[in-house]
Design a binder for this molecule. Structure first.
Ligand code: MN3
Length: 198
């Protein structure tokens, strides 16, 4: 199996009260695991198609690769983008890049929250390094893979599928996303990801 479910980098209850252990168990152990399993299954089916010389199912298999790979990647990032006692504001080179590309941290935060809160249905808010113009961009992902730009590297991601927050926040998505910034963002991890992407 080329893809494996990563362990959470903290205890399941470490982010309480922002995110409770029940939400984290379901989200990591069930939802993220399902993407990993489906991704491996799609790859096995493609290998079987190669051996059989029958690519008639490739439309659905390519869809499965895009959806489940993107889900696996984004969740793996999401766990490490959070830490107990996180939040606040970034410093150093990350803070400078945000100021350069958005004017200020306040503008960046307002735009990131708006993009994330306005995701239609299931998706993500994403801050990514865009290598062509060498800048940070804020994107939405619908499902896991739609509305992406090719070649960008996500550095901060926020899951707003209902499974990410509904047990605690019900329909109050903006309370969940505000709590993410107030209590959970691991800015050191985001800064390391930006440095590596550059
Ligand atoms: Mn999720």
């Amino acid at each position: 199996m080329p893809y494996t479910l990563p362990e959470l980098p903290y205890a399941y209850d470490a982010l309480e009260p922002f995110l409770n252990a029940e939400t984290m168990h379901l989200h990591h152990d069930k939802h993220h695991a399902a993407y990993v399993n489906a991704l491996n299954e799609a790859e096995q089916k493609i290998q079987a198609a190669q051996q059989a010389g029958d690519f008639s199912a490739l439309r659905a298999l390519c869809d499965a690769l895009a959806f489940n790979y993107s889900g696996h990647l984004l969740h793996s990032l999401f766990w490490t983008n959070m830490k107990p006692g996180g939040g606040g504001a970034p410093s150093g080179a990350l803070a400078e890049q945000i100021a350069k590309d958005f004017g200020s941290f306040e503008v960046f935060k307002a735009q990131f929250l708006a993009a994330t809160n306005l995701v239609q249905g299931s998706g993500w808010g994403i801050l990514a390094w865009e290598p062509v113009a060498q800048k940070l961009v804020i994107l939405q992902a619908e499902k896991h893979q739609n509305l992406a730009q090719w070649g960008v590297t996500p550095v901060l991601v926020l899951d707003v599928w209902e499974h990410a927050y509904y047990l605690q926040y019900q329909n109050r998505r903006p309370d969940f996303t505000a709590g993410f910034f107030a209590h959970a963002v691991n800015w050191e991890d985001v800064a390391q990801r930006l440095a590596a992407a550059r």
